[in-house]
Design a protein around this ligand. Structure first.
Ligand code: SER
Length: 587
């Protein structure tokens, strides 16, 4: 079975059972300071799990791009991945335990035809103030699963909650028994020996946990499930690990061709490279246009690329390897995730740049590191300041420094480093917050006018160049506006003239600029543009220029387009791969 077939079978099965299919949300959550990446299918759905009405109804299913970095050091074994796809189905106050379990059972045994005797189950045994889930084991038994294959565990195994506050509840997990010998008398699905592989988690979200950790029952009971696509694909095709499936095999071949080394001799290294670059491609390929940096998602991205690069160097692969491998990954996924194709130039450019930067930094940084280490006593600890210097000046992710030190028997003052790092992040956040105010340097009269002109320009570009054009950045000073947008070639003089004309016509028509407030869903249904991402539940301001533009925005704007004057495009140039930049003024 192919990944494509598996996604299709899953989504078809659940749509046939009344679930509306929704597209994958972005890998980068909006307005959720608690996490950097979408870590589960339920993540973008939290407001609905807390009671808000979803426009798709009470039953949903999707295939969500997810990324988890807590297991990054585990990558290289047979089943851990940073990026993965999660198939999921949800009930918002509709069906609960019985139907959820029956649906999972039917999909696995009837659609995928997994022999029922290969399936083991775990359920919640109850712990602390949360009672045992007695219903789930009874339902599994009624479907023919013997008691000895239904295991009950405490909170650690069978109570699911998000990293921060949010909906939570007991779960029942479904395991595939590989048929391997048990590792001991107490071998069970809770054991990590590899006999049991967790494939599906059905969570019964009946509680909410607040930021202080207090758990209270929810008014409506929901179901949230997640099925790991790569793992299921692996077992359906009798592959030993996820890396032997069609989602990785061509990438491993590429690494082999580039390095002249064999996967069989370097399994861990090949797996780390392919996992990390796949995750990097999906982060770079997201429409949110995250690039490598020293903060937040950009830092995770940097770590992934640099770690992959280092392992590629160990294999003596050439520097171009990162981009060649990325091309293979885009080829593999482009049809199902068109954003990767749309943003492919951005992906390759940033990868190349980061690889080059790191190679340079490595050469300089290693010299500096050698000096630092030469002065350390045997078994000593590298100071936080020095580790931070290597990070800040030479771009060494601290994990890299740690690995380097460990090889020589040294430690790193990680606590001190984290402190310095936190101070550094706080500073850059302040900077980012200022930049972020809608890209406005201030809200004086001229910047306000240029801001409204930016909306007109965005709308005009979509008319002239097509609906695929969307904003990638904006910066406004009292003198000029700067607007970055997705487009992959130079605009012709005719297109520039046409764009100017549309904007100036809208100015000549003296159109009112109206502002209204609504929920993100209402805005979406109303056809507004803007970054929707997963800002569900939030109320947003929409600025409308009748017949021209309808956009989510914080303002401020002029009251009427007639106030703007004459709009002139001064320059159109490349910003980065796949992104063009316009500078324009009002005269
Ligand atoms: N949210 C649950 C999980 O991540 C089910 O998808 O396991």
């Amino acid at each position: 079975m192919t990944a494509k077939e598996l996604r299709r079978l899953y989504l078809d099965f659940f749509t046939q059972h009344g679930h509306a299919q929704t597209p994958s949300s972005s890998l980068i959550p909006d307005n959720d300071p608690s996490v950097l990446f979408t870590t589960a299918g339920m993540h973008p759905l939290v407001p609905y799990l807390l009671g808000e009405k979803h426009p798709g109804g009470k039953r949903l299913c999707d295939c969500q791009k997810c990324l988890r970095t807590d297991d990054i050091d585990e990558v290289g074994d047979s089943c851990h991945l940073t990026f993965f796809e999660m198939l999921g189905n949800w009930s918002f106050g509709d069906y609960f335990k019985r139907e959820s379990i029956v649906l999972s059972h039917e999909f696995l045994t009837k659609v995928l035809k997994i022999p029922q005797e290969k399936i083991s189950i775990s359920v919640f045994a109850g712990e602390g103030d949360i009672p045992a889930d007695e219903e789930s084991p009874a339902i599994w038994e009624s479907l023919g699963y013997p008691k000895e294959r239904i295991h009950a565990f405490g909170k650690k195994e069978n109570f699911w909650s998000m990293a921060g506050a949010g909906p939570c509840g007991p779960d029942t997990e479904i395991f595939y028994d590989t048929g391997k010998e048990p590792c001991g008398a107490d071998c069970s699905p809770a054991c990590s020996c590899g006999k049991y592989i967790e494939i599906w988690n059905n969570v019964f979200l009946e509680y909410n946990r607040d930021s202080e950790g207090k758990v209270t029952p929810l008014a409506v009971k929901n179901v949230d499930t997640g099925l790991g696509l790569e793992r299921v694909l692996c077992l359906l095709n009798n592959k030993e690990t996820v890396f032997e499936t069609e989602l990785f095999a061509p990438v491993l071949e590429e690494i082999s061709a580039l390095s002249g080394q064999k996967y069989e001799d370097n399994k861990r290294t090949f797996r780390i490279i392919s996992d990390h670059l796949r995750a990097a491609v999906f982060i770079l390929g997201d429409d949110k246009a995250v690039a490598p940096s020293n903060v937040d998602q950009g830092y995770v991205l940097r770590r992934l690329i640099r770690r992959a690069y280092r392992y590629l160097s160990n294999l003596n692969a050439p520097d171009e390897a990162t981009v060649s491998i990325a091309k293979k990954i885009v080829e593999l996924y482009g049809e199902d995730y068109p954003e990767l194709v749309r943003n492919s130039e951005f992906i390759y450019e940033k990868l190349e740049k980061e690889t080059k930067a790191f190679r340079k930094a490595l050469a300089h940084g290693l010299k500096k590191a050698e000096k630092f280490l030469a002065n350390l006593p045997k078994g000593g600890t590298l100071s936080a300041e020095k580790a931070f210097k290597l990070y800040d000046t030479f771009g060494f992710p601290v994990e890299f420094t740690q690995e380097l030190c460990a090889e020589r028997g040294f430690g790193v003052d990680m606590e001190g480093f984290r402190e310095l790092f936190a101070q550094h992040q706080a500073k850059s956040r302040q900077g980012a917050a200022q930049k972020f105010k809608g890209g406005l340097a201030d809200s004086g009269e001229m910047t306000t006018k240029l801001h409204t002109a930016t909306h007109l320009l965005g709308a005009a570009l979509r008319r002239v160049l097509g609906e695929d054009v969307f904003q990638r950045g904006s910066n406004i000073t009292p003198e000029r506006l700067r607007f970055d947008f997705s487009f992959d070639r130079k605009m012709t003089p005719e297109e520039i003239a046409e764009t100017e004309k549309i904007v100036n016509d809208a100015i000549a028509q003296k159109l009112p600029v109206n502002c209204s407030e609504m929920s993100v869903e209402e805005a979406r249904v109303g056809g507004a543009i803007g970054v929707f991402g997963d800002r569900y539940g939030e109320r947003v301001k929409i600025y409308t220029i009748e017949g021209i533009s309808n956009e989510i925005c914080g303002g401020p704007h002029v009251d009427n387009t007639g106030e703007l004057g004459k709009f002139v495009i001064k320059k159109e140039s490349a910003s980065s791969a796949g992104v063009r930049r316009i500078k324009a003024v009002l005269e």
